[in-house]
Design a protein around this ligand. Structure first.
Ligand code: LIP
Length: 297
C-alpha cells in the first residue's frame, strides 16, 4: 500500500467534513421529520442519508477501488470490514443530539488499511471543532479554524491513578432491555457508588451521545475513559486512529481482550498517560466482573 497518499486522503476527508458540517447546520431536524430504525431511541434523519450520499460520492469518485462502509447503507450480514483500504463513515454521529439541537454531534470519517485505523477525521460543526490523525503522524485539534493544537492538549498528561480520579464517558445506547442493558446499569451503578458500597466512586459519568466525540475527548485528555458496547465501526474508526496517535489505548469493552477488532462493537478507550493505562483497563474489567456484553457484528 506504499502508493497510498495518506495526507491527500486526509485533506479530502477534511474538505468533505466541512461540507457535511454546512449541511448539518442548515438542516432543521426535528422529531417530526426524523425516522427510527431499530426502535424509538434509534433515530435517523434525512440529513444522515443526504450527508452519507454526498460523502460516498466525493470519496469514491477519486478512489473507486477503495471499499466504503457507511452507517446508512450498511446491510446487516452482508457488509463486512475487510483488509482492503476502506472508508468507514458515520454521516451524523450523535443523531439524537442533532435532532434535539444538543451541541454534541459530528461527522466521523475513518480510513482503515488491513483493518487498522489509519486516518481519522471528526468534525463537530456546531462548535467548529476538527479532530484529525494519521497513523504515525500525530493527532490534532483545530478550533474555530485556528492553529492546529497537538493532542493530548496537556503537554505532560498526569499519570492515571485509579478509577476514583477518572471522568468516564459511557452510553446507554438504544437497547433498553435485555442482558446488555442490565449489565450497563450494573456497571454504571458500580462506577458511581462509594467504595464502602463496593463501588469505584469515579469523579463522574458522562453520556455525551456520540461515540466519536467521546473518543476524541479521551484523545484530547478531557475525559479519562470511554466504555461502550453496541456502537459500530463507523462510530469508532476515526476516533481510534486519533486516540492512538494521542498516546491513548483501545482495549475491548469486555474483559480480557487487549486487541479488539474495529468492528467488534465493544470498546474501552483510555487516554494517554505516562503511567496507569493498563491498571485502569484492568480496574474497569474488574467492575464488569463476570458479565459480558454480546453484540452481533
Ligand atoms: C450513536 C453513538 C452513541 C451510541 C448509540 C449510537 P448515531 O450513533 O454514537 O454513542 O450510544 O448507540 O450508535 O446513531 O448517533 O450515529
Amino acid at each position: 500500500m506504499a502508493d497510498i497518499n495518506l495526507q491527500e486522503i486526509q485533506d479530502l476527508l477534511i474538505s468533505v467534513a466541512h461540507e457535511a458540517g454546512r449541511m448539518m447546520l442548515t438542516a432543521t431536524p426535528s422529531h417530526l421529520d426524523s425516522g427510527t430504525k431499530k426502535n424509538s431511541a434509534d433515530l435517523v434523519t434525512e440529513t444522515d442519508r443526504a450527508v452519507e450520499k454526498m460523502v460516498s460520492t466525493r470519496l469514491l469518485t477519486p478512489y473507486p477501488t477503495f471499499s466504503f462502509i457507511g452507517e446508512e447503507t450498511y446491510v446487516p450480514g452482508k457488509t463486512h470490514l475487510t483488509t482492503a483500504p476502506t472508508f468507514i463513515v458515520d454521516p451524523v454521529d450523535g443523531t439524537t443530539n442533532f435532532v434535539h439541537a444538543f451541541p454534541a454531534f459530528c461527522i466521523s470519517l475513518g480510513f482503515t488499511i488491513d483493518k487498522v485505523p489509519t486516518i481519522g477525521v471528526i468534525y463537530n460543526p456546531f462548535l467548529d471543532e476538527l479532530y484529525t490523525g494519521i497513523k504515525g503522524q500525530g493527532a490534532f485539534l483545530t478550533r474555530n479554524g485556528g492553529e492546529k493544537e497537538r493532542l493530548p492538549l496537556r503537554k505532560e498528561p498526569e499519570p492515571l491513578v485509579d478509577l476514583s480520579t477518572c471522568l468516564i464517558g459511557a452510553e446507554w445506547g438504544s437497547d433498553r432491555s435485555g442482558d446488555n442493558f442490565e449489565l450497563k446499569c450494573k456497571v454504571f451503578r458500580k462506577l458511581a457508588a462509594t467504595k464502602e458500597n463496593g463501588g469505584a466512586m469515579v469523579h463522574s459519568l458522562r453520556c455525551m451521545g456520540s461515540a466519536a466525540l467521546n473518543i476524541a475527548y479521551v484523545a484530547a485528555g478531557q475525559q479519562d475513559v470511554f466504555w461502550e458496547g453496541g456502537c459500530w465501526a463507523w462510530d469508532v474508526a476515526a476516533g481510534w486512529c486519533i486516540l492512538i496517535e494521542a498516546g491513548g489505548i483501545m482495549a475491548s469493552g469486555n474483559p480480557g481482550d487487549w486487541e479488539p477488532e474495529v468492528d467488534g462493537r465493544k470498546y474501552l478507550a483510555v487516554r494517554g498517560a505516562p503511567k496507569g493505562q493498563k491498571q485502569i483497563v484492568e480496574e474497569m474489567w474488574g467492575v464488569i466482573g463476570d458479565g459480558r456484553m454480546d453484540y452481533q457484528s
